[in-house]
Design a protein around this ligand. Structure first.
Ligand SMILES: *[C@@H]1O[C@H](CO)[C@@H](O)[C@H](O)[C@H]1NC(C)=O
Ligand SMILES: *[C@@H]1O[C@H](CO)[C@@H](O)[C@H](O)[C@H]1NC(C)=O
Length: 316
């Protein structure tokens, strides 16, 4: 359903697979052997709530990463730690830097902003099948996008779980361009249905600046580039936006993101009454209410981020 970031993650994944297979051909083959045993014993963790490790989430390196843009996390209301939440995050951007830094690390103080809440970010299940890489992403609280995983988290009676879903997913990354406020949301209703099934509150999150980090090579609908990207996305689930930003020593061209402020604003939760067999009308109604809340959130904050008054969110 969702994924973190396209190109870079692919390389990290390939490197991990290469190390795992490569070691078999050296005198350190037993390391890969031991790892395989661990991998087998640990196979259910990605869909059983994952395995966050607080001290890794507090690493200084995340703080430096956050300061590069910089990234900040803002709340509009307190969240009740006895409840479970499913949050929609918009937009995906090229890197999904905001969701990763805000919800998978402590660089922006998530746990002091929302005491008693554990955050989880949903990522495409494919990534959890990659040796070593899976362990690395599990430490940040990333979990798979399987239904089973969602149920596991959201049906916890004691509450305190926040599951963040990047609703537009990999496909939305293909439209991530500075100044674009078109969100892929109109027909994405799965997360709303899950909120109903579990009686979890729905939480809109809009991230200002997320689309400003890179320029992207033109790929209008109907172009051959778009066609290839969409085919790849259908088959593999991942998308490869062809993006460019700045270089290390100059600002005109390179693969580093521009240093632009990312501010993720967590909106007001929409209370949802559990309904284990919701009709399409009920899902549609709640989805409409969610879109309205998201628009309200955008409108209420946009002037602070230099967005012209005539700019509104659009959905496709
Ligand atoms: C996080 O909290 C620390 C200490 O409470 C504070 O110095 C820092 O500015 C906060 N960081 C952010 C991004 O809010
Ligand atoms: C934003 O992206 C959508 C989807 O590709 C496109 O239809 C729209 O024209 C874009 N808007 C701007 C302002 O670039």
């Amino acid at each position: 359903m969702e994924e973190r970031r396209g190109g870079q993650t692919v390389w990290e994944g390939i490197i991990c697979i290469a190390i795992f297979i490569g070691l078999f051909f050296t005198r350190f083959w037993f390391l890969s052997m031991l790892y395989s045993v661990w991998w087998y014993l640990d196979r259910d963790t990605p869909r059983k709530g994952g395995r966050q490790i607080q001290f890794i989430k507090r690493w200084r390196v995340w703080k430096y990463l956050a300061d590069y843009f910089p990234v900040s996390l803002i709340k509009t209301v307190d969240l009740d730690p006895t409840q479970n939440y499913i949050a929609g995050f918009h937009p995906h951007g090229v890197l999904a830097a905001g969701p990763f830094i805000n919800f998978c690390t402590e660089a922006t103080n998530f746990s002091s902003l929302f005491p008693g809440i554990r955050s989880h970010l949903m990522m495409l299940t494919l990534w959890f099948r990659i040796p070593i890489f899976r362990d690395y992403i599990l430490t940040g609280g990333l979990v798979t996008s399987e239904k089973e995983c969602v149920s596991y988290l959201l049906s916890k009676k004691e509450g305190g779980n926040l599951l963040v879903v990047i609703v537009g997913g990999a496909q939305e990354a293909l439209d991530a361009r500075p100044g674009n406020y078109t969100l892929l949301l109109r027909n994405r209703k799965g997360f709303v249905r899950l909120a109903l099934l579990h009686g979890a509150s729905l939480l809109p999150i809009f991230s200002f600046g997320e689309n400003e980090l890179f320029d992207q090579i033109d790929n209008p609908h109907g172009s051959w580039l778009r066609w290839c990207q969409e085919k790849l996305q259908k088959v593999m689930g991942i998308s490869l936006p062809l993006f460019h930003g700045r270089g290390i020593f100059q600002y005109n061209f390179g693969l580093l993101p521009y240093r632009r402020q990312i501010t993720s604003i967590v909106g007001k939760p929409i209370k949802v009454k559990q309904n284990i067999n919701p009709s399409q009308e009920e899902v549609d109604r709640l989805h409409q209410q969610y879109m309205t809340e998201l628009c309200n959130l955008f409108e209420a904050h946009k002037t602070k981020y230099n967005i012209p008054p005539e700019q509104h969110l659009e959905f496709r």
